[in-house]
Design a protein around this ligand. Structure first.
Ligand code: KG4
Ligand code: ZN
Length: 363
């Protein structure tokens, strides 16, 4: 099976080809330069850039994969959730290709596509497992029961972790997007320098909140002034990042225990963060949990995750009518509180799951 994947839910224009579970190409055209002046994604600009960039990106994805339109079996596209104008560009392009080429259209949920990246990278990962999705637009914990199927254990009550990180980087003068810059600067700082709050860390349940932490940094800067040297900025960055990471890690390992699973996955753009990767690995090792975190290029937005999950959808016959519409939000089922028990399935035992590459596990 050869599936073209299209992803335009936010500010990355992405096209990819997946052949029998193997990523044959993955092209990402970042729009960061167009949004930098505004310190955040401007939805109207994102949509316009997608319409300018998407066709060349798809062309490059086909070329890199060494396939032609005739070789494709389906087109998978992110239909929700995301910026509605941005999603519409990808969905319209996918519909056009499917209509012109007589191909089936596979709609893909952006959140389950992120969760599926770990199955692509670690084909033997246990199911069910707990998946932490941390990106610029989303922060949520899921019980992943099968490829592309998940229930929500908790979600952010306000800002996403990535948004909180980007805002902190902006306040510290680290530019946009701030995640990678804050990651680099924090590595040289003292994480215990400033005792930032750990929002809702001690509250029951698995919901997150990061808006108060953003305010705490703004108040700190107003009270103490902007640090005068690089060491001061590094200490603030490290202390702030530590607060975010501690809450994410704490809730994730508690969720794994509550759900009775032995494997944890971290996906989404913020999963690229080195402190989060290290801290999650340490916490999981201490509790005898296996942790799987995909490589960075699968963490940030990409078309490969859409194509790969689309291939599963195609095998299951989840073909959409060409009248399918993009949607800014989706409602996903909440976790019932039921304990999962031992793993009942691994990716390799699911006849619909196709990944052929990747290492055995992330331990
Ligand atoms: O998944 P993603 O590419 O797009 C969304 O769906 O939002 O995630 C983007 C987010 C941004 O907030 C970005 O700053 C953050 O991921 N990010 C990082 C790092 N790399 C990207 N945050 C912390 N450390 C990083 N190394
Ligand atoms: Zn995303």
């Amino acid at each position: 099976m050869r599936v073209l994947g299209i992803e335009t839910s936010c500010d990355d224009t992405c096209g990819a080809v997946v052949c029998d579970g193997v990523i044959a190409s993955s092209v990402v055209s970042s729009q960061h330069a167009f949004h930098a002046a505004y310190g955040g994604v401007v939805p109207e600009i994102a949509a316009r850039q997608h319409s300018r960039l998407l066709i060349p990106v798809i062309g490059e994805a086909l070329r890199e994969a060494g396939v032609t339109w005739d070789d494709l079996n389906a087109v998978a596209v992110t239909t929700a959730p995301g910026l509605i104008g941005a999603l519409l560009v990808g969905v319209a392009a996918a519909k056009g290709i499917c209509m012109a080429r007589g191909l089936p259209l596979i709609p893909v949920n952006h959140l389950t596509a992120h969760l599926y990246t770990v199955c692509v990278a670690f084909p033997r990962i246990d199911l069910p497992h707990v998946g932490l999705l941390v990106s610029g637009g989303h922060t949520a914990l899921f019980l992943v029961t099968a490829p592309g199927e998940a229930v929500v254990m908790g979600a952010t009550l306000d800002d996403a972790a990535g948004e909180a990180i980007d805002k902190a980087a902006h306040l510290l003068g680290l530019g946009y997007p701030g995640g990678p810059a804050l990651d680099a600067v924090a590595a040289a700082g003292n994480a215990a320098a400033v005792p930032f709050p750990r929002p809702v860390a001690d509250r029951r349940g698995f919901d997150f909140s990061f808006s108060g932490l953003k305010t705490a940094l703004a108040v700190h800067l107003r009270t103490h002034g902007h640090p005068r040297d690089a060491a001061g900025i590094a200490d603030l960055a490290a202390s702030y990042l530590e607060a975010v990471v501690e809450v994410l890690v704490g809730k994730t390992v508690t969720a794994a225990a509550a759900a009775g699973v032995t494997t944890v996955a971290v996906v989404g753009g913020v999963a690229a963060n080195r402190r989060l990767r290290q801290s999650m690995a340490d916490a999981c090792r201490a509790r005898g949990l296996r942790v799987c975190i995909p490589p960075v290029e699968l963490c940030t937005d990409n078309g490969a995750m859409v194509a790969a999950l689309g291939e599963i959808g195609l095998r299951r016959g989840a073909v959409a009518d060409l009248a399918v519409e993009a949607a800014a939000s989706v409602t996903m089922t909440r976790w019932s509180g039921e304990v999962a028990g031992p793993p009942h399935m691994s990716m390799m035992s699911d006849p619909c799951a196709a990944p052929r590459s990747g290492s055995a596990d992330g331990r």
